[in-house]
Ligand binder design. Structure first.
Ligand SMILES: Nc1ncnc2c1ncn2[C@@H]1O[C@H](COP(=O)(O)OP(=O)(O)OP(=O)(O)O)[C@@H](O)[C@H]1O
Ligand SMILES: [Mg+2]
Length: 227
């Protein structure tokens, strides 16, 4: 089964009077359980692809099937519910709430579910345990290192137990050692918890952790080796 199946997707953005086509009949299949790296120059459409897969944005035409659902057929409300169940996002700059503790940040996606407070707490404890931050649960983001903040970001992404993780430059703001720790963690989530992971990166060393690398160039994909 494919976790993601994108067929003939066209996506354009309007800039003033100008229409800029970002994805030109894009095809992409990601089997369940794959750890895929997406590389490519700035502006080539990598974030656009992640946003389409995560249902944060819609294709102009073509088909986007993710976790068994045809996203083009879902209403806005259905899409939000679907996303909360199936997708975890990890961002370059963590996107944590500075006033909230690590535990409260991780709990945020659960506030959209009907879990009880005790159940939410149990899920948060598990997620913080997976990323090795149990001891830091009550720290605020500003009291954590970049690598630790990204661990909180990953805990928040997995706390709802989604099948797919979408990571946009998850190590782009980290030093080599912290980056390697985060990549190792993602690899573990892929191998042990069978998460399908799609990771955008500029870093060949990061891509080496993935099981396959695709290069995005001007809105098209190629499975080429870098020279
Ligand atoms: N909301 C938007 N409105 C207009 N143009 C957009 C919008 N989002 C993206 N674009 C344009 O679409 C193209 C692809 O953008 P995208 O963010 O997907 O690139 P990227 O590969 O993620 O780049 P980077 O590596 O810099 O993050 C760019 O030309 C960008 O300017
Ligand atoms: Mg981007």
């Amino acid at each position: 089964m494919d976790a993601v199946s994108i067929r003939h997707v066209i996506k354009a953005y309007r800039r003033g009077r100008e229409q800029v086509e970002v994805l030109h009949k894009l095809d992409l299949s990601v089997p369940e359980g794959e750890f895929l790296a997406l590389m490519g120059p700035s502006g080539s459409g990598k974030t656009t692809i992640l946003n389409l897969i995560g249902g944060l944005d819609r294709a102009d035409s073509g088909e986007v099937v993710v976790a068994g659902e045809h996203l083009e057929k879902l209403s806005g409300g259905q899409l939000a519910k679907w996303r909360a169940r199936h997708i975890g996002f990890v961002f370059q700059f963590y996107n944590l709430m500075p006033m909230l503790s690590a535990a409260a940040n991780v709990e945020l996606p659960l506030l959209l579910t009907n879990l009880s407070k005790a159940e939410r707490r149990r899920h948060v404890d598990v997620a913080l345990g997976v990323v090795g931050l149990t001891e830091r649960a009550q720290h605020k983001p500003g009291e954590l290192s970049g690598g630790q903040q990204q661990r909180v970001g990953i805990a928040r992404a997995i706390v709802t137990d989604p099948s797919i993780l979408l990571c946009d430059e998850p190590t782009g703001d980290l030093d080599r050692q912290s980056a390697d720790d985060i990549l190792h963690l993602l690899q573990q989530l892929n191998r042990q918890q069978k998460k399908t992971i799609i990771m955008v990166t500029h870093d060949q060393k990061a891509a080496d952790y993935a099981s396959r690398t695709l290069h995005v160039d001007k809105g098209a994909l190629a499975e080429k080796e870098l020279a």
